[in-house]
Design a protein around this ligand. Structure first.
Ligand code: ADP
Ligand code: MG
Length: 486
């Protein structure tokens, strides 16, 4: 299996060795990109915001579709992720010509020290000459045993996890964890809406770890079960057993962490368990339907623990990825499904892989009964209202909506006048055409009767800046987006 490695860029941009712990020196390429990007950030954000949020950061690496930044403080990272991520993306796009996923790491000196501690594993089952089983039989048996005690579902693998722009970073992080268990990113906190593949990905990591080394102890558990066991152990005074069970693992995978909200009283104990594992460089992977900062009823200490490693999101898959997933699923089930049906499903079910699977299963069940269906019939069965979906966001709807919300005419929006209010409305339209419809720059320019695509870039930067700094503007922009999504 070919491995995706976050560090692949190293080949492209060899890192000169240096002992300076505060700032590793990278090749000129990355430095050059950073120069351009930071200059543009300074221009867009203004001197004050730049100094407040960006200063002290640097670009570590670029490669494999990912730009990794290093940031000196968590709150800066949070702020940037919350308000300026699009601006970062745009500036990187301008500088590299590539749409890069952004990853911001926080480098505290303590973390560096922790990371440098090596965890040594001693295999207690190491061979004796008296063993009755051959080496490969032993491996197989060990694998089975590990799998069984891990509670992993063996069907979730990297090999059947389709990667697209919506989950590329998350998958790369998962692969890095397999390669450097406990030492690459710890903890890993995945978040994303339901059905986007969090459980699949985390279990793929677990399965791969056991596949590579059956002596590794992996445990997959939901947070509810984990905390219930914890509470039970406190109640029955058997905390020792609980600790042994969970602190002896090499990889602990905790799913659906959002339910920690229902257990406000056990957080202290959870925090300690967490710390013990973390300090021993035992890998922890968590998944939740929202990022740590949006979890309610969580103490700051626990929250910052969640945030202390790598937080990576999984988004809804784009059209091409939805098609790829459907094709793979149909193949797994051994049924040839007409392309039109797959397209119909991919076009209309756009936020959730689980629903995608459900729709395909319905279609497959009819096909295997020998039914031949028209597209309309398939749509009806899947309760897809083709008409209403067709009415969704189009360039002309964007322009009408923005004109409406800003109270100007379409003629004015597409016209020559440059009064600041009209220009701003036009910029909002450009921004939405670019960011929501993903139109190429030239096409965006054409939609508002402009020739030059740099106008569009400028518009996007400005809208992003205002969105971050002007609440009234932000409200208007959101009104446009909300109207458009109805
Ligand atoms: P979540 O845990 O985020 O709610 P799951 O991991 O349970 O989502 O995914 C829902 C279903 O979709 C699962 O059957 C999973 O195998 C499938 N799935 C999700 N993402 C992918 C993907 N990228 N490639 C293949 N199958 C996927
Ligand atoms: Mg899940």
């Amino acid at each position: 299996m070919d491995k995706i490695n976050l560090n692949k860029y190293v080949e492209k941009f060899p890192k000169p060795s240096t002992n300076d712990p505060s700032r590793t020196k990278f090749s000129h390429d990355v430095d050059d990109i950073w120069k351009v990007v930071s200059e543009n950030l300074r221009l867009s954000l203004g001197h004050r915001d730049f100094a407040a949020w960006v200063e002290g950061m640097y670009l570590e690496t670029v490669g494999n579709g990912v730009a990794v930044f290093s940031c000196p403080e968590q709150f800066k990272k949070d702020r940037i992720e919350k308000n300026h991520i699009r601006l970062f993306e745009k500036c990187l796009l301008d500088a590299t010509g590539e749409k890069l996923h952004i990853l911001i790491k926080v480098h505290s000196p303590i973390e560096k020290k922790e990371k440098s501690v090596q965890y040594e594993y001693h295999d207690p089952t190491a061979g004796s000459p008296l063993d009755l089983f051959s080496e490969s039989e032993k491996q197989e048996r060990a694998k089975e045993k590990s799998l069984e005690s891990s509670q992993l579902n063996p069907k979730y693998r990297f090999s059947n996890f389709i990667v697209g722009s919506h989950n590329r970073l998350a998958e790369a992080v998962g692969r890095a964890v397999v390669e450097k268990l406990g030492l690459a990113y710890n903890p890993v906190f995945y978040y994303g809406d339901t059905g986007v593949g969090k459980t699949h990905l985390m279990q793929a990591v677990g399965n791969e770890v056991i596949e590579n080394d059956p002596s590794k102890k992996v445990v997959y558990v939901s947070i509810e079960r984990f905390l219930n066991e914890l509470i039970e152990s406190i109640r029955t005074n058997k905390q020792g057993a609980f600790r042994n069970k969970y602190r002896e693992v090499d990889l602990l995978i905790i799913d659906d962490v959002q339910f920690v909200e229902n257990f406000p009283k056990t957080q202290e104990e959870l925090f300690h368990t967490f710390n013990t594992l973390h300090q021993a460089n035992k890998q922890i992977i968590l998944a939740s339907d929202r990022p740590p900062q949006e979890l309610k009823n969580v103490t700051d200490r626990l929250r910052s623990r969640f945030q202390g490693g790598m937080v990576a999101d999984l988004q809804s898959p784009d059209y091409e990825t939805r098609m790829a997933i459907l094709k793979q699923l149909a193949e797994e089930k051994g049924i040839a499904v007409p392309e039109e049906y797959l397209e119909l499903i991919s076009k209309n079910i756009d936020n959730n892989v689980r629903e995608l699977e459900g729709a395909l299963t319905k279609v497959i069940s009819l096909i295997s009964l020998g039914e031949s269906l028209t597209e309309e019939e398939v749509a009806k069965m899947l309760q897809i209202d083709i008409e209403s979906k067709r009415k969704r966001m189009t360039p002309s709807k964007v322009i009408t909506t923005v004109s409406d919300v800003f109270g100007i005419t379409i003629g004015e929006l597409k016209g020559k006048r440059r009064t600041s209010y009209i220009a701003l409305s036009r910029q909002v339209a450009m921004y939405i055409l670019r960011s929501e419809l993903d139109l190429p720059l030239e096409k965006v320019a054409r939609e508002v009767n402009r020739k030059d695509h740099t106008t569009v870039l400028h518009a996007c930067r400005k809208v992003e800046h205002l969105q971050a700094t002007d609440p009234r503007f932000k409200e208007k922009l959101h009104k446009c987006l909300k109207t458009l999504s109805e």
